[in-house]
Design a binder for this molecule. Structure first.
Ligand code: SAH
Ligand code: MG
Length: 219
């Protein structure tokens, strides 16, 4: 239960969406067994639709974990797609590389080891799509770099923005999570009112924000 949408709605949607086959299904099971917080099924479907409909080819991800969403994004981006993904945890990277190799996507996914806040500072070029899914308490600090790295007309997707519902309801906030919740609220205020972004908040999974970077002439 995510505390974000009614359980029956969530279950209905999850049953409706066809199961992933092959390696992705294997990784979903691994994630459940090992408590790896990969994107929820309905978020995976959303990422796939956005990647394809925006024809995104050059993708940046913050938070690789075991490579589940990297593989999903690279596959959705198609033959000439490329994902750069940042992860700081050695064990996760080890797993991700094995999985990326199994998926035969070593040429399409580049894993960069390091703290995302540092790595973002030295990346160059423009990305069509950025998926922010790591370092929840630091989204706002990473936003400036993300916006600079996003092309005009590009899409920024931020995951876990409702954080088990806590972000939307004080009664749900555990004391230890208070800081992270306040930071996330601040981040959401910021991206919802940002001068170059059009943002929407979607209450699926653990909460997803989708922000569109306006074209230069329309800013
Ligand atoms: N995107 C993945 C799940 C990522 S879970 C998927 O859906 O398949 C979040 C990951 O972010 C964790 O593996 C964690 O180690 C990583 N992370 C957290 N803070 C980070 C930071 N500051 N820099 C880089 N990675 C970070
Ligand atoms: Mg997530």
């Amino acid at each position: 239960m995510s505390n974000i949408t009614e359980k029956y709605v969530e279950e209905y949607i999850r049953e409706l969406l066809p199961p992933q086959g092959g390696l992705l299904a294997e990784l979903e099971n691994f994630a459940v067994e090992n408590h790896v917080p990969i994107i929820h099924k309905e978020v995976a479907a959303l990422l796939k639709v956005i990647t394809k409909s925006s024809n995104s080819k050059k993708i940046l991800e913050i938070g690789t974990a075991i490579g589940y969403s990297s593989i999903l994004l690279a596959t959705a981006a198609g033959k000439d797609g490329h994902v750069t993904t940042i992860e700081r945890n050695d064990k996760m990277i080890e797993n991700a590389l094995i999985n990326i190799e199994k998926a035969k996507l070593i040429n399409s996914i580049k894993v960069i080891q390091g703290d995302a806040q540092e790595v973002l500072g030295f990346l160059q070029g423009k990305y069509d799509l950025i998926f922010l899914d790591g370092a929840k308490g630091h989204y706002k600090e990473m936003l400036k770099n993300c916006i600079d790295l996003l092309k005009d007309g590009g899409v920024l997707i931020s995951d876990n923005i409702l954080f088990k519902g806590m972000v939307a309801n004080d009664d749900l906030v555990h004391r230890r999570q208070r800081t992270i919740v306040n930071r996330m609220r601040d981040y959401l205020q910021y991206i919802c009112n940002h001068s170059v972004l059009d943002t929407t908040i979607i209450p699926i999974g653990d909460g997803v924000a989708i922000s569109y970077k306006r074209q230069e002439e329309l800013k």
